[in-house]
Write a protein that binds this ligand. Structure first.
Ligand SMILES: [Zn+2]
Length: 196
């Protein structure tokens, strides 16, 4: 009896060690050494008229990052000149490319290196897949996945790269992403870049 209870205690200790190790192991990946110039707080984004049909899911997705970490905040603007993130919708990629969306990091008007800080970005949503028909007669992204896609793309702007963990918003939809908003792993990545 005594031996049994001591085994149970050691089992509990081992389990506690495993749990704490798991809790401290993150799989987030950075794009490179760069980040948003001046930090990720107080930034504005602009939705082009081409994407206005999807404003609702885009707003949800991007603004999911708000309040997750105190060093990140983002709000919509109708004045493109103030925007640090412009969202477009169109036929940018071949229909068989599998590309749902692409984020282009910019320094002035040229593409930025991932290893130096960038200033703004363009998010291009692929019209070939970024649509949902309620009658299911055609394929397209569900409302949940449109929100997740906007959130994922803004995660690239923040400086995060893909992970294989399907519960992280930075995993790819084509790999079976189940997340619709930033996970603890995604948040840890943001804190690693911009602080807590
Ligand atoms: Zn991506």
């Amino acid at each position: 009896m005594k031996e049994r209870s001591s085994k149970m205690i050691s089992f509990a200790v081992v389990l506690a060690i495993i749990l704490s190790t798991t809790g401290n192991t993150f799989s987030y990946m950075r794009l490179g050494k760069g980040k948003i110039s001046g930090g990720a707080k107080g930034l504005l984004y602009y939705i082009d008229s081409s994407a206005s049909e999807y404003s609702d899911s885009i707003n949800y997705g991007i603004q999911y990052w708000n309040n997750k970490v105190s060093t990140v905040s983002v709000a919509r603007t109708d004045e493109q000149s103030y925007s640090r993130c412009d969202v477009y919708w169109g036929s940018y990629f071949p229909s068989n490319s599998g590309v749902i969306a692409q984020t282009y990091l910019k320094l002035n008007n040229i593409d930025a290196s991932y290893d130096t800080d960038w200033y703004w970005c363009e998010i291009k949503l692929n019209s070939q897949v970024f649509k949902y028909y309620a009658d299911k007669t055609q394929t397209g992204l569900s409302y949940f996945d449109r929100i997740g896609t906007a959130c994922h793309e803004y995660g690239h702007f923040l400086g995060l790269w893909h992970v294989s963990d399907k519960t992280a918003i930075m995993s790819q939809l084509g790999d079976g992403r189940t997340a619709g908003s930033p996970s603890a792993d995604d948040i840890a990545g943001i804190k690693a870049i911009y602080g807590s």
